[in-house]
Design a binder for this molecule. Structure first.
Ligand SMILES: Nc1ncnc2c1ncn2[C@@H]1O[C@H](COP(=O)(O)OP(=O)(O)OP(=O)(O)O)[C@@H](O)[C@H]1O
Ligand SMILES: [Mg+2]
Length: 590
């Protein structure tokens, strides 16, 4: 999608307001010629009037009315433009913001892990501001000014072709130079904007990781890091300003040449009698006016190109196709039982490095399955694939006979609850955070869910209770409190398939066993997958899958796997306090 087609798609939605603005600009352009023309007529009348001076109004009536009419029409038009803009501008910007945000939301998990959130948000902001600037400048500035030049040149031709020609040649040279150098300015502006957005991303990254920065006492390192990018940014900024300055200096030359030639021909024409006093005033005043106007037009070019550059950059957000999309006319997923099957699944985060090779596994409906294995063995990946966070290399994942790649993503994700290890909360109230999956939940429902997840107690301990704001990403809560909020959220969501990815890892044993009872209740009649490093929490599962380097090494109940004496038995025996070591190198001595 080009920037032009992007802008036009939004202008089409407000075509009447837009056309009105164009029309008003056109009226203004005509006024730029008619008003000086009325003045010229008045001067000509006065200069050659030889009758009774008390009767002069009779001959002046037409030019006076013309001037007054044009003037009034012009102010009325501009004020009407203000009114139209009142309706046009806010809606235009809102439409763009909404469309871009909506598009970005459908980007894949991978996209969000590869792009900084701050820079995505900045790009949306840039586009909202830049798109309006471009349209406004084009319609209310460039377009009417160019029309004014053409109209003035046409009227000048009625005096002598020479003046029209001089004006057009100069305007063409001026605009050509502006356009030519704007491309240069565009390049340097693009470079600057790219570096600026990288710098901005760095700042956001450092600020959003402020806890880590503080814990490691690395603020000076982060500042140095920012400074390094800052240095680059200063260089690019200066380079841009210098280029613009040079272009401005160069543009002065044709202006000077034009004025000299024009004055020469005006005097010559006056001497030879084909230029009247009024004509001379008209030519000089409109030329000076247009020179001022076109100078401003030229000066706006770099800023205009800069804005185009910024918008092009921002457009990359929506130029990048969605990695994971719904098929055309994809039906909604219908879960009747809740059986999950992996059929010949090959999956790789990076091409050529398969994490899962030909994975086949069936989790029958209603089964409670525990996933265990070393860190990095692929447990989270396994559950993320069930939510279609990534697409497979080949094979399929089937829920109740329906390939999850063939149903809508929303229907899939609204029926699978995943409670992550480190839930991040919205900077909103506790109530809103809990009711996120069910915005129309009643207070009773919310409190009941909070009680089951054992968060009611600590919520009520806060003075604002459920209205308390949790801080950006939930920083005002402890890790265990955030986990409990996430569990309450899942209880309200009431989805037929449940996945806990280390969802109770931050809880103390007492709270964990208390919540365990609520979780047992939640699991009833639901297909459930629980990932836990604390193996003792998984002993009552119907089945355990032991992950090893992406493959499922063992499959069975706790007792059966212990008896088999394999990888699981080794892990179990290693659990001193109930936790797994991080890798096989930490194996306990035999
Ligand atoms: N977004 C990603 N891009 C590239 N590689 C990834 C990505 N996420 C995970 N991996 C890699 O895939 C492998 C499996 O990761 P996964 O998160 O599934 O492990 P895990 O078993 O859940 O570990 P843990 O117990 O620590 O949570 C790891 O080697 C990891 O580095
Ligand atoms: Mg994990």
């Amino acid at each position: 999608m080009t920037l032009r087609s992007f802008l036009f798609s939004f202008l089409r939605r407000q075509k009447y307001s837009f056309l009105f603005l164009v029309l008003i600009s056109l009226m203004w352009a005509v006024e730029q010629v008619l008003f000086p023309y009325a003045v010229k007529m008045i001067i000509d009348v006065l200069a050659s009037y030889e009758g009774d001076r008390s009767q002069v109004y009779e001959v002046l009536a037409f030019p006076l009315w013309l001037g007054a009419g044009v003037w009034i029409a012009s102010i009325t038009a501009w004020r009407t433009a203000d009114v139209i803009e009142y309706f046009f501008a806010p809606r235009f910007q809102a439409n763009i913001r909404e469309a871009m945000t909506q598009y970005v939301f459908s980007h894949s998990h991978r996209y969000f892990s590869e792009h900084l959130a701050g820079s995505i948000a900045n790009k949306i902001g840039d586009m909202v501001r830049g798109a309006y600037y471009i349209v406004n400048q084009a319609v209310r500035f460039f377009f009417p000014n160019l029309i004014a030049v053409l109209a003035t040149a046409a009227v000048m031709c009625t005096i002598s072709y020479v003046f029209g020609a001089i004006l057009l040649v100069w305007a063409a040279v001026h605009l050509f130079l502006c356009g030519y150098f704007s491309r240069q300015c565009d390049d340097v502006a693009n470079e600057h904007s790219e570096i600026k957005s990288m710098l901005q991303g760095r700042v956001v990254d450092a600020v959003s990781n402020f806890i880590t920065v503080r814990l490691f006492a690395r603020s000076s390192h982060e500042l140095d890091n920012v400074r390094r990018y800052q240095k680059e940014e200063i260089r690019a900024h200066r380079h841009m300003l210098l280029t613009i300055g040079k272009v401005r200096a160069l543009l002065e030359i044709p202006c000077l040449v034009m004025i000299i030639i024009e004055v020469y021909f005006l005097i010559k024409g006056w001497q030879e009698g084909y230029v009247s006093t009024g004509d001379a005033v008209f030519v000089l005043s409109t030329t000076l006016n247009l020179m001022y106007i076109l100078w401003r037009v030229g000066m706006e070019f770099p800023a205009f190109y800069r804005e185009i550059g910024v918008c092009q950059q921002a457009l990359s957000l929506i130029r990048e196709p969605h990695e994971i999309t719904d098929r055309k006319d994809a039906p909604a997923l219908v879960i009747t039982q809740g059986q999950i099957a992996f059929e010949n699944v090959f999956f790789a985060y990076n091409k050529g490095q398969n994490l899962f090779c030909d994975k086949n596994i069936v989790i029958p409906a209603g089964q409670r399955v525990g996933l265990v294995g070393f860190s990095g063995s692929g447990k989270s990946t396994f559950v993320n694939l069930i939510l279609r966070m990534y697409d497979l290399e080949s094979g399929r994942i089937v829920i109740d006979g329906q390939d999850i790649a063939h149903v809508t993503q929303d229907s899939l994700r609204s029926q699978v609850s995943l409670i992550p290890q480190d839930p991040i909360l919205f900077h909103r109230s506790l109530r809103e955070n809990i009711a996120y999956a069910k915005p129309d939940a009643t207070d009773e429902e919310i409190i009941a869910a909070a009680k089951q997840a054992h968060c009611h107690e600590f919520i009520m301990a806060a003075p604002e209770g459920y209205a308390a704001i949790v801080g950006e990403r939930g920083v005002k809560l402890s890790g265990g409190q955030r986990q409990r909020i996430a569990i309450a959220r899942a209880i309200l969501k009431d989805a037929p398939i449940l996945i806990f990815d280390e969802a109770t890892s931050s809880l103390d044993s007492f709270t964990e066993s208390a919540i365990g009872r609520s979780m047992e209740a939640m699991m009833k009649g639901r297909t459930t997958i629980v990932i836990a490093h604390r193996l003792s929490t998984l002993t009552s599962m119907d089945r355990l899958l032991v992950f090893k380097d992406g493959s499922i090494a063992e499959d069975g109940t706790h007792e059966a796997l212990l008896a088999a004496g394999g990888h699981y038995a080794m892990l179990w025996n290693m659990q001193v306090g109930g936790f797994l070591p991080d890798s096989t190198t930490e194996k306990a001595p035999a």
